[in-house]
Design a protein around this ligand. Structure first.
Ligand code: S3P
Length: 425
């Protein structure tokens, strides 16, 4: 589907509720499937990725119903073999978390994914799982993953990369392994797994960048999923760069291990305010008010903050196009392993719009305060976040832009454009 983005509005005004967090939706349905009892998950994400997790849990024999956005899971915590491949679609979270669970079952499974997921690296989960006693065959460390279930034992593992998917995979394997599993990462990545597992009664403890877990039974959960900061990010960016905008985003997750974009926005001098801060199942949630900020300043983004904003780098690059001076993004080479090589695809497509941007091995450099010309076609490379970032850039180009294969936004955010239509005034 091609999407024409034009500048037929004056500014962004009003309030919207941000749809459910994708990371939390995956975890809620997967962990509820491992729990003993009835779990209720309200406001489950309508993205395709979390649905892949839900469908696989069902195929593994768990009684799950989806009624509007409410998911009810009735489980005794025991999974059963599925006599076909389990299809993770485009979702790296589904594949990596399920690998950790399936490695320790008393049956065999095969995890497959779409073309893009089949190109993403799986060595990062295969290696630690093998050292726990798992038996996993792959094609050159890529999906399909052929898993022969084994009894696992605990490990003390130091990961070279800060990755919540790798951490969650090993913690879920550790939940069903003999002994104490310790996972350490160089910087703290999103900690939704740790918070939700603890909330559901797991024996889990965090000490700086290490997490320790022991074999535990999970209690069912009753949770209302809050809004996704990674989806909110597109509206934050749009309001900052479209003159005279003033919007409020309701019910957004503000977990500090996810909300790096707010730290960066503050550093850039953005006019942002947090309202109604509250807590849901151990997670911080609030409303965000954003006003157009004429005097944004470029900044350096590197080191420990990278995992806290890893999914927001494409849209931060769009904000940086309007900031004064240079924005330098470093230490983000893992961006090359996402739904597309996000260093190369972001730089290539923003250049087409007239952005002064340069690719580096582990990031990019954006020279700000450029007028975006537009008047061209851009590509999404089957990457939902690139599609949405280009849409936001298209709101401030001089001429209309045409985004090819825009339907990839459905991976995480089917109502993306409708919500933008609501606040264009
Ligand atoms: C996710 C973790 C991140 C992120 C992805 C979702 C998660 O991936 O990019 O969109 O839900 O755990 P990595 O763990 O590979 O950094």
């Amino acid at each position: 589907m091609q999407k024409l983005v034009s500048q037929n509005f004056k500014s962004l005004q009003g309030e919207i509720t941000i749809p459910a967090d994708k990371s939390m939706s995956h975890r809620a349905v997967i962990f509820a499937s491992l729990a003993n009892g009835k779990s209720v998950i309200r406001n489950f994400s309508d993205g395709q990725d979390p649905y892949s997790s839900l469908k696989i849990c069902k195929q593994l024999g768990i009684d799950i119903t989806l009624d509007n956005s409410t998911v009810t899971v009735n489980s005794n915590g025991i999974l059963h073999a599925y006599d076909n491949s389990l299809d993770c679609g485009n979702s790296g979270t589904t594949m990596r978390l399920m690998a950790g669970i399936l490695a320790g079952q008393n049956f065999n499974s095969v995890l497959i994914g779409d073309l893009s997921l089949s190109k993403r690296p799986m060595r990062r989960v295969i290696e630690p799982l093998l050292s726990m006693g798992a038996d996993i065959q792959s094609t050159d460390d890529h999906a399909p993953l052929v898993i022969s279930g084994k009894k696992l034992h605990a490990i003390n593992y130091s990961s070279k990369i800060a990755s919540a998917q790798v951490k969650s995979c090993i913690l879920l394997a550790g939940l069903n392994a003999e002994g104490k599993t310790i996972f350490t990462e160089p910087y703290t990545s999103r900690n939704h797994t740790e918070i939700l597992l603890e909330h559901m009664g797991a024996n889990i403890e965090t000490d700086k960048t290490s997490v320790c877990i022991e074999k535990s039974e999970l209690a069912p959960v009753d949770i209302e999923i809050f809004g996704d900061i990674s989806s909110a990010a597109f509206f934050i960016a749009a309001a900052l760069v479209v003159p005279n905008s003033d919007i409020i985003l309701r019910n957004v997750g503000l977990n500090p291990t996810r909300a790096g974009i707010l730290e960066v926005a503050k550093q850039m001098g953005a006019n942002i305010e947090i309202l109604n801060q509250r807590e849901i199942c151990g997670e911080i949630v609030g409303d965000i008010r954003i006003k157009y900020t004429e005097e944004l300043k470029g900044c350096e983004i590197s080191g420990a903050i990278i995992p806290r904003l890893i999914d927001e780098i494409p849209i931060i690059a769009v904000i940086a196009t309007q900031a004064k001076g240079k924005t330098i993004i470093k230490d983000a080479s893992d961006l090359r392993n996402k739904e597309s090589d996000r260093i190369s695809t972001v730089v290539t497509e923003l250049k087409k719009l007239g952005v002064d941007i340069e690719e580096t091995p582990d990031g990019m450099i954006v020279n700000g305060q450029t007028e975006l010309k537009g008047g061209c076609e851009v590509e999404t490379y089957h990457d939902h976040r690139l599609a949405m970032s280009l849409y936001v850039a298209g709101l401030i180009t001089k001429k209309e832009i045409l985004i090819n294969d825009f339907e990839w936004v459905n991976i995480s955010f089917p109502t993306f454009e409708n919500l933008f239509e609501k606040i264009k005034s």
